[in-house]
Design a protein. Structure first.
Length: 159
């Protein structure tokens, strides 16, 4: 099956960067939805940084496991995958790199402290699912067949 024109064209970090920018614009444009003052309070900043650090860690573990399995991790060329990685963090989520990026966005939403900024999270999930994850899964099904089907049946896409 041929790839659709919109699949694997935009690097996932760029998608999340655009969502992060939109989150900041929404927070600035809708001050009435401010939940707490931005950049105030050690607990808020600590939670924001903890979420971002956790997200970065989850994503890096996913990258490291691809490296360890000696399979490429270029999200724009999933057809180059040589191995289906299903151990380690991939036993908990099929997409730890995208989950990690989502946790970083959650940290950003906490940091911004505005209810409207939280809209960036489902937007990121929707864009990544349509533009990246669903097409990746189609390619992995073709490439790894029943092995991928068994894996997808026991491990969730996100968490």
């Amino acid at each position: 099956m041929r790839r659709r024109w919109f699949e694997h064209r935009i690097p996932p970090p760029l998608i999340d960067a655009a969502c992060a920018l939109l989150m900041a614009v929404l927070a600035r444009a809708l001050p009435a939805l401010q939940l707490w003052p931005p950049l105030q309070g050690g607990a808020v900043a600590g939670l924001a940084l903890a979420l971002a650090a956790l997200g970065a860690g989850v994503a890096l573990v996913g990258l490291w496991q691809f490296h360890r399995a000696r399979t490429p991790f270029n999200p724009l060329a999933p057809e180059r995958a040589r191995t289906l990685v299903t151990d380690g963090i991939y036993r908990l989520t099929r997409n730890p790199m995208y989950l990690g990026m989502l946790l970083v966005l959650a940290g950003w939403a906490v940091w911004l402290g505005n209810a409207a900024s939280w809209l960036g999270l489902p937007l990121s999930m929707a864009l990544l699912t349509v533009l990246q994850i669903a097409p990746e899964e189609r390619i992995l099904r073709q490439r790894f067949g029943a092995e991928f089907e068994r894996y997808a049946a026991r491990v969730r896409r996100w968490i």
